[in-house]
Design a protein around this ligand. Sequence first.
Ligand SMILES: CC(C)(COP(=O)(O)OP(=O)(O)OC[C@H]1O[C@@H](n2cnc3c(N)ncnc32)[C@H](O)[C@@H]1OP(=O)(O)O)[C@@H](O)C(=O)NCCC(=O)NCCS
Length: 185
Amino acid sequence: MTRRIKVCETGRIEDAAEQHRLWSIYEAAFAPLQVATPMRHGSYTRPEFEALLNDPDFRKYVARVGGIPVGLCVITTRLDKIPWVSSSYYAHRFPDLTARGKVFFLTGVIVDPAYQTAQRVGAVLLAKAIRSLGNEGVLCADYSENLRSGLRPFVERTLGQGAVEEVLDRQVFVAYSYRKKDPSP
Ligand SMILES: CC(C)(COP(=O)(O)OP(=O)(O)OC[C@H]1O[C@@H](n2cnc3c(N)ncnc32)[C@H](O)[C@@H]1OP(=O)(O)O)[C@@H](O)C(=O)NCCC(=O)NCCS
């Protein structure tokens, strides 16, 4: 039976049981990715993750099915608080929107593996989060092309025809395999 997905937006998640549940989802969602992409995903430690849950500068969108948290989406305008992002770059690149607090960064979306795919929890969660960001702004994100090339068309569909995507940079991970010939006798 498909059960209704409810998404709530909040600044702080202080309840210890809820924090524990979301940490479990975070660990379980990222574990399989460690062999799928060279970049380490899910690099927050538990204290860092809990600090983020307690920090209202990070908007939290929690998806629940039957009242149980099954997914989390996090968006912030405080790019200086994201360890892997240069906030100066974004302030320089989007000065007017930065001054107006309209540069949004999607720091992560996670869905409990037991709830992935079948019910489209990720799609419902991400769409709700994106639609809450107002009529004007820039939504920034980073993602693995190995894993998430669907993010671009999804965001374009959700934001509508006015959305323009730019690739701001590319991080290239290369590997040159080689096998030396045995030296001639
Ligand atoms: C990515 C993830 C949140 C998607 O959730 P899901 O419930 O499995 O996904 P759904 O069944 O809703 O299908 C995915 C849909 O949502 C979109 N989507 C939602 N969040 C997405 C994301 N972060 N990246 C890419 N696509 C996403 C997809 O484009 C797709 O829509 P489409 O089929 O219309 O193109 C989930 O698989 C997950 O937790 N993965 C591990 C953690 C991760 O990689 N997070 C993303 C980077 S932080």
